[in-house]
Ligand binder design. Structure first.
Ligand SMILES: [Zn+2]
Length: 252
């Protein structure tokens, strides 16, 4: 059984030093990274994948000034990029959401998790263990301890048409999502298995927790593509791909 609709929701940008996107480049120049959430309409109700950047980033490009990330991470987030406002545009309140899949607990993926205190938040054990209590990992809003975490280990079918694939490397417990929709068949959301198509197809190294693990996960995704021939393979922060993406209110 397939998912009824998959919406791509753009939720702002984050500027990163180019050496994070391509390890072969020298630091000192910022590149724009589009930030994404995804909403699935399933027979079990709506499921959200990732929650964007934290509210403390709103109109606050200087968030990281005075830290070791100053000049290397510059958020560009407006009020309309806050997950609660994005949900409102789609037609949902946070309490309508049946589950939040947190691909990983980085600043551009888990910032709005705190708006879903009663919703199961699906996260890998390795990610949870790496992030919780680790102030250097991401902003506090991405690592709130009181939420309703549902910890999983490895691959996991959340509901028919929503397959979570364990793809560590970029972060210790990163997960990707294979969504099968009525309209488009299999759609592979690699999330940050690869920031860009270049990372994915040409092996261009990028910011990873473990480069070998990251390469293995890319390999696994490539095998999945050969098996399933997804109609779309979507990368985490590819600017070119973002320009061509089918976004809300259209859907896959
Ligand atoms: Zn990311």
């Amino acid at each position: 059984m397939a998912v009824k609709k998959l919406y791509f929701l753009p939720v702002g940008q984050c500027y990163l030093d180019q050496s994070a996107v391509n390890r072969n480049l020298t630091p000192g120049h910022l590149v724009e990274m589009p930030v994404w959430c995804f909403l699935l309409e399933t027979r079990d109700g709506p499921i959200l994948i990732d929650t964007g950047m934290p509210d403390s980033f709103v109109n606050n490009p200087d968030y990281y000034n005075g830290t070791q990330r100053e000049g290397r991470v510059v958020p560009n987030m407006s009020v309309s990029d806050q997950i609660v406002n994005v949900m409102r545009r789609v037609g949902y309140h946070p309490e309508d959401i049946q589950a939040v899949i947190s691909s990983h607990l980085h600043l551009d993926h888990a910032g709005g998790n705190g708006h879903f205190p009663n919703v199961p938040i699906i996260v890998q054990r390795a990610e949870f263990d790496a992030a919780m209590g680790n102030d250097n990992y991401s902003p506090q809003e991405c690592r709130l301890s009181h939420l309703n975490y549902q910890i999983i280990e490895g691959d996991y079918e959340l509901t028919p048409g929503v397959d979570i694939v364990f793809t560590p490397g970029h972060s210790p417990g990163h997960q990707s999502i294979l969504v099968t929709t009525e309209r488009s068949g299999p759609v592979l959301l690699t999330i940050d298995v690869a920031y860009t198509r270049q990372n994915f197809e040409n092996g261009v190294p990028f910011l990873t927790f473990d480069p070998n693990m990251a390469a293995q996960s890319i390999n696994r995704m490539q095998q999945l593509i050969e098996q399933l021939h997804p109609s779309t393979v979507f990368f985490g922060h590819d600017r070119q791909q973002a320009k061509e993406a089918v976004t809300f209110p259209d859907f896959l």
